[in-house]
Design a protein around this ligand. Structure first.
Ligand code: ZN
Length: 454
């Protein structure tokens, strides 16, 4: 007797690049049957007219800050409701707490809404040494950080990440040295670029160069916010060519024409608006006392000083270039979602349904199966998990998202993270229903996944 039978739905067959109709049977957290029979089951979901996708894998997001904001899940609930079943945190060089503490809170809370995979954040260790954004690092300090990263790898981290733009003193050599912590080619390294690509693609070139000097698979983080300011075409040409030579390289990108980060970040240092050709009014604040307020110079300066952690949304990217990065033959969809104090950019709550509703159905920039591949199989392959996740196959983990391709769309907007997406009917984690019609059924089906399980 199956635990759950999902009948009459269509699932993505990535080998044939098409949807295939089948009944799918789940038992003990695994997919155990794919075929035409209507096997007996304890529970049946009729998915006629729906797509039964592998659960989405968000390979670039920012995990909860349990240390600063309390032991509660905020962003991973938003993730789960949009169909994400596995998340990779610790990106952009930033970790909100030690990996040990993160794991123990998940344990204490009896699981997590999603499965969590973590990277070790280089910048967080750099900052912990008292180094400012522009302070060069000594050899001893680099060795100290490498030791800490090594400990994280022993704790089960899947690799390391950098936020070069956040600490511009970080050198190319420093990155390569840090990656020398391990020569395991199955590990990941990811970096938020050095500077926006304006007038040239030097930042993209630097990151491709990093890939050629390290063992890990390297990932260019949120390419849209780097290059969708006039340099997406040359950036993609360069990356596509580099990937042909070295397939360990890849990038992730999100479907919005605005980025978001902390207001005191070096990203907003003097001169940024001139470089982008934008005004203070193009910056939206996300928290009190200026929640949903557009900046003036005065408010901007006040917030940078008084509320350095406040997230600000910057409308500086070109929509056409956002679409190019998503539709490109390479690349993965990822949210870069970040929530501070319950507030932030809607990408944390709407990235995946937005790609399926806007870029696939409405704008017809790419076929549905290509989009699904970029949010399931591709990230699973990067993680070396493709036999277990990112595919509908007998023996694979039963992490599934059932959605209506005719109605799926994001609900969250700038200023409103609460409105749920539409068209996500079921999210299933480990064979059990976690979300049904936007309502949480079980928020503790996810767990921490250790690299050693790869
Ligand atoms: Zn970043």
């Amino acid at each position: 007797m199956l635990d759950l039978l999902i009948k009459n739905g269509e699932y993505p067959d990535f080998e044939k690049n098409s949807l295939k109709k089948a009944n799918i049977g789940l038992e003990e957290g695994k997919i155990v049957y794919i075929g035409e029979e209507e096997k007996p089951a304890l529970k049946v979901i009729d998915a006629a007219g729906k797509v039964v996708s592998p659960g989405f894998i968000d390979i670039h997001m920012h995990e909860e800050n349990f240390a600063g904001e309390g032991k509660d899940y905020v962003i991973s609930r938003m993730m789960l409701r949009q169909g994400v079943t596995t998340c990779v945190g610790g990106n952009c060089g930033l970790t909100n707490q030690s990996l040990k503490d993160f794991k123990s809170v998940i344990e204490e809370l009896g699981g997590a809404p999603v499965n969590y995979i973590m990277l070790s954040g280089y910048n967080s260790y750099r900052t912990s040494l008292g180094l400012g954004h522009f302070d060069p690092i000594t050899k001893e300090q680099q060795d100290y950080i490498r030791e800490r990263i090594k400990e994280d790898l022993e704790e089960g981290a899947w690799g390391l990440s950098f936020g070069i733009e956040y600490d511009p003193a970080i050198t190319f050599e420093e990155i390569v040295y840090a990656c020398g912590v391990s020569d395991d080619e199955n590990l990941l390294a990811a970096a938020h670029y050095r500077a926006d690509c304006i007038g040239n693609i030097d930042s993209v070139k630097e990151m491709v160069d990093i890939q050629n000097h390290i063992s890990q698979k390297f990932q260019i983080s949120h390419l849209s916010s780097c290059s969708a300011i006039g340099q997406m075409k040359p950036s993609l040409d360069y990356i596509n060519e580099a990937m042909e030579k070295n397939p360990k390289l890849n990038y992730d990108t999100y479907p919005y024409n605005a980025f978001s980060t902390h207001i005191a970040s070096t990203v907003f240092d003097d001169g940024c608006l001139e470089v982008w050709g934008k005004e203070y009014n193009d910056l939206l604040l996300t928290d009190e006392p200026y929640r949903n307020v557009r900046c003036t110079e005065e408010i901007f300066r006040e917030c940078r000083e008084k509320y350095p952690e406040m997230l600000v949304v910057a409308f500086v990217m070109n929509e056409e270039e956002i679409g190019m990065a998503i539709a490109n033959k390479n690349g993965m969809v990822a949210s870069d979602g970040i929530i501070n104090n319950g507030n932030g950019h809607p990408r944390a709550a709407g990235t995946f349904p937005r790609v399926l509703g806007k870029y696939v159905r409405e704008d017809k920039l790419l076929p549905l199966t290509d989009a699904l591949r970029k949010m399931t199989l591709e990230p699973a392959k990067r993680l070396g998990l493709e036999s277990r996740k990112g595919v509908i196959a007998v023996g694979a983990d039963a992490d599934l998202t059932i959605f209506n391709p005719e109605t799926v769309i994001d609900g969250a907007t700038f200023g409103d993270l609460e409105t749920p997406p539409q068209g996500i009917d079921y999210v299933i984690v480990g064979g059990k229903v976690a979300v049904q019609d936007n309502a949480f059924v079980d928020e503790r089906l996810g767990r921490f996944i250790n690299f050693k399980e790869q």
